[in-house]
Design a protein. Structure first.
Length: 370
């Protein structure tokens, strides 16, 4: 049984070697996505001029639509720290192509022009590589081929973590007894086991949550929206009543949920869609994300149809929501980010040592014995 498990562990590691290395490296970089963006394009993501408070939502919406007449508003990342620019995601009229633009919510001015959201900026491209390996929408491969592969490789990484723990259960008892003076093959084996065991808990968390996110994306696109997959956006008009007030909805948010701070707004960009406001509320766990609490408004009547307060949410909702913090490691400031970044790079080291040991074991390379 153990020999069979070892063979599967070795073979799957070799098969998934390059994709897992890519996923690991890009994941480590994305832990510091905000910091990298601020370093590489400060003039775009960092506000130069601010006022005491954001302009009213309705005024901002009008200014966006006036400055961007060829686009529908899709989603809107909201910031109110006087530093970070809002990010608005747009759909070009008559198409399904998404664009991204940065926006100053204190003045209503566009900071840049719309660009294809996952191809123009470096970290957005890295994010696309991380989740899809750049294999979505590649001709005969299918629209979601890369996302499916990402899901499969996340499962393989999950299996490698579990099987590694099972195979090295005895080694765990003497975890810190690396035989530094031993033969190279033995030394590499001990180091491989040591780092594999050390990072296994975090690796299992990252692999499982990554597989979950890819699965949800696949389900969302291929099941929930299968009938709409080839329907272009409206060339003119909207999927919601233009007379509805975002400020009225914002007032309802604050009245219904004490301390609610909006962080993300999704517009109705499909037939029968809704306005969905996500946000933070006080007195929640460090693992509670900025999307845990939300309120949903009908796109035609503007009436509140659903709401969830993270402080009163079910355990299941909070567990699924915690996957965001656990996957990106941004729940404890710099400490957790550094830890998650290092954890993401260790699979690259394990791949190198694993391949080297496999080459030695199969006698594809020879080393002198001491």
């Amino acid at each position: 049984m153990k020999k069979t498990l070892f063979k599967w562990h070795s073979y799957l590691a070799l098969v998934a070697l390059i994709p897992i290395c890519l996923i690991s490296i890009t994941g480590s970089l994305l832990v510091f996505k905000v910091e990298i963006d601020r370093l590489l394009m400060p003039e775009t993501v960092i506000l130069k001029t601010t006022q005491s408070q954001r302009l009213p939502y309705d005024q901002l919406k009008t200014q966006l639509e006036t400055q961007l007449p060829d686009y529908h508003l899709g989603t809107w990342e909201l910031f109110d720290d006087g530093i970070e620019a809002d990010r608005v995601y747009l759909i070009k009229r008559g198409t399904q192509q998404w664009y991204k633009v940065h926006f100053n919510p204190y003045t209503g001015e566009l900071i840049d022009r719309p660009v294809i959201y996952d191809d123009h900026y470096l970290t957005d491209w890295i994010l696309k590589l991380h989740y899809t390996l750049l294999l979505n929408d590649k001709g005969f491969l299918g629209a979601h081929f890369g996302t499916v592969l990402g899901f499969i490789f996340s499962l393989i990484l999950l299996f490698l973590g579990i099987s590694g723990l099972v195979l090295q259960w005895r080694f765990i008892k003497k975890l810190f007894s690396v035989r530094w003076q031993a033969h190279l093959r033995v030394l590499l084996s001990d180091i491989h086991k040591f780092f594999g065991v050390i990072i296994s808990p975090l690796l299992l968390i990252v692999a499982f949550t990554g597989a979950y996110f890819n699965f949800i994306e696949i389900y969302h696109e291929t099941v929930e929206h299968a009938d709409e997959a080839h329907e272009p956006m409206l060339s003119s008009g909207y999927y919601y009543q233009q007379t509805l007030s975002l400020d009225d909805q914002a007032d309802t948010l604050r009245e219904n949920m004490a301390g609610f701070k909006a962080t993300y707004l999704s517009f109705p960009f499909e037939a029968g869609g809704y306005f969905t406001w996500y946000g933070d509320v006080p007195d929640t766990s460090v693992l509670t994300s900025q999307y845990a609490s939300y309120q949903v408004f009908d796109g035609q009547s503007g009436k509140l149809v659903m709401q969830t307060d993270a402080r009163q949410a079910s355990v299941g909702h909070l567990v699924l929501d915690s996957f965001r913090r656990l996957h990106f490691g941004n729940f404890a400031g710099l400490t957790s980010k550094v830890l998650w970044c290092i954890t993401g790079l260790i699979p690259l080291f394990l791949s190198i040592t694993g391949v080297y040991m496999w080459l030695i074991r199969t006698r594809k390379i020879n080393i002198e014995r001491k």
